[in-house]
Ligand binder design. Structure first.
Ligand code: DUC
Ligand code: ZN
Ligand code: ZN
Ligand code: ZN
Length: 484
């Protein structure tokens, strides 16, 4: 039987190796990888190009209300299109529970919202109200449907769970092979700093960074890991922004914690000086955790190169710099009332490729691991994130030499700014496929809204054996070492 598509003469890059070769695709799957393949209803010439797994964007906020009720500018149509233009084949945004809402209702709500997606999608749940019914009934049901990851918060009064709540939820996750993702900042430290600054009238955007000190992240990362070790449960630290936090992650991985972590382009590209731009420009750079100093930025690059992080995710949190987003609470709103987050779903991979691979800081294979393969492993995407027979044909073909300057128009999102405006980049994803369908080619969208599909994920794989979960938790044998 003929192939539907053969991608030929490209350099195939995986997380382990790169080599010249051809890829044969049939019925949306990769069915052959070989030095040379004949045939193909369509043959795509990838000479001089790099052929790699399409990115998996595992941290994005799309069609999601913030805890203060501000809706993201991107819905699943613009968000998925923007992701595709940025070299992604798959997105795993958040589906957020409001206090009092059932998890089943959250899933029903986001199922409707996600219907227009051009890319395959799954969700991480955000749990803010872990009632008995949520812990014993609703979450296990969600895990069984393949939502095997969820995020909790150690900060924000409306979301913060407390240490006991964290232990309860880690235990439920462990029992069902799910992974807990955590936003780690010490809530009381941040609130105390907010009062100190407000008492002195210091509310310009630049004080946002001062209000959320590095110490607050480091303390909370350390505490979250100790809680996870006590519960002997896997933990994923999202958006690590500090060198101290990265050092703790590194040390605790070495000690055997079941630990995963990501950082984001903004922490590798920008600094808190961007918050001090004239007027209210700095509001565009308000995100949590906040941007740090140039020394921290360099340290995070070293951690990335050393392997401290599994992934680099965008934390795409698109709030426009107008009264629908950043300035919903006024054009001169004090920093605690500015919408929190910045866009980057289209920028993540082109920026990381350029600064990381072309810039000589990480290898091409490491780039593939950070952009797709590791997220697939961590989050149980068993048919995605790799180029091998049997996998979904989720593929991006990159021109590694094309040069451009990053602009808002290139992002194809619903935003009115990009924090990466004007950055010079080398390397462009020219063709992006999802399950064998071309989504983006030659700078144009080729896919129909609504073609993306939900996919369920396997339990978290801690032992290289997908689907094998941990033995039952036994408090009589628990020494809190995380080493079993
Ligand atoms: N956490 C995120 O992950 N994104 C936006 C804001 C936040 O607190
Ligand atoms: Zn967060
Ligand atoms: Zn986020
Ligand atoms: Zn365009």
């Amino acid at each position: 039987m003929d192939f539907d598509i053969v991608i030929h003469s490209g350099t195939i890059a995986t997380a382990d190796y790169s080599a010249r070769g051809d890829i044969g695709i049939r019925d949306g799957r990769i069915v052959a990888v070989a030095e040379r393949l004949a045939g193909g209803v369509r043959r795509i010439d990838a000479g001089g190009r790099i052929v790699m797994p399409g990115g998996i964007e595992a941290h994005a906020h799309i069609a999601q209300e913030s805890s203060s009720g501000i809706m993201t500018a991107d819905d699943y149509l613009s968000g998925s299109i923007s992701a595709a233009f940025g070299g992604n084949s798959t997105i795993i945004p958040f589906a957020a529970q409001h206090r009092g809402q059932s998890v089943d209702d959250v899933i029903a709500t986001y199922s409707q919202r996600a219907a227009p997606s051009v890319l395959d999608y799954s969700w991480h749940l955000i749990i803010t109200d872990p009632t008995e019914a949520v812990l014993t009934d609703q979450l296990p049901r969600a895990f069984a449907r393949g939502l095997t990851s969820f995020k909790v918060f150690m900060t924000y009064d409306l979301m913060n769970l407390g240490d006991g709540g964290m232990l309860d939820i880690l235990t439920v996750a462990r029992a069902h092979g799910a992974i807990t993702m955590v936003h780690a900042e010490n809530n009381d430290m941040v609130k105390w700093m907010n009062r100190q600054l407000a008492d002195r009238g210091l509310v310009a955007p630049k004080y946002h960074a001062i209000s959320r000190p590095e110490l607050a992240e480091e303390e909370a990362i350390n505490r979250a890991i100790q809680l996870a070790k006590l519960a002997d449960a896997p933990l994923f630290i999202v958006h690590v922004s500090t060198a101290g936090g990265a050092e703790i992650v590194r040390r605790e991985k070495f000690r055997g914690a079941k630990l995963f972590a990501e950082t984001c382009p903004q922490y590798l590209a920008l600094t808190r000086d961007d918050l001090d731009r004239p007027g209210m420009e700095g509001a565009k750079f308000v995100c949590s955790p906040p941007l740090r100093g140039a020394d921290t930025r360099e340290a995070l690059w070293h951690h990335l190169a050393m392997g401290t992080f599994e992934s680099v995710s965008s934390d795409h949190a698109p709030y426009r710099a107008d009264a629908t987003g950043k300035f919903l609470n006024g054009a001169e709103a004090p920093y605690p009332k500015l919408a929190n987050g910045m866009p980057g779903i289209a920028a993540r991979l082109p920026w990381l490729f350029s600064e990381g691979v072309v810039g000589g800081r990480i290898t091409l294979e490491h780039f593939v691991a950070l952009s797709a393969t590791n997220a697939a492993k961590t989050f149980g995407c068993t048919t995605k994130g790799r180029i091998a027979p049997g996998m979904d044909a989720d593929i991006a073909i990159w021109n590694p030499e094309a040069e451009r300057v990053m602009t808002l128009a290139d992002q194809h999102d619903a935003m009115d700014y990009t924090p990466f405006e004007g950055k010079r980049l080398t390397g462009v994803p020219e063709v992006v496929m999802n399950r064998g369908t071309v989504i983006v080619e030659a700078g144009a969208l080729k896919a129909e809204p609504g073609r993306g599909r939900f996919f369920g994920r396997a339990p978290v794989d801690l032992r290289g054996r997908p689907g094998v979960t941990l033995p039952e938790f036994d408090p009589a044998q628990n020494f809190g070492t995380g080493l079993r």
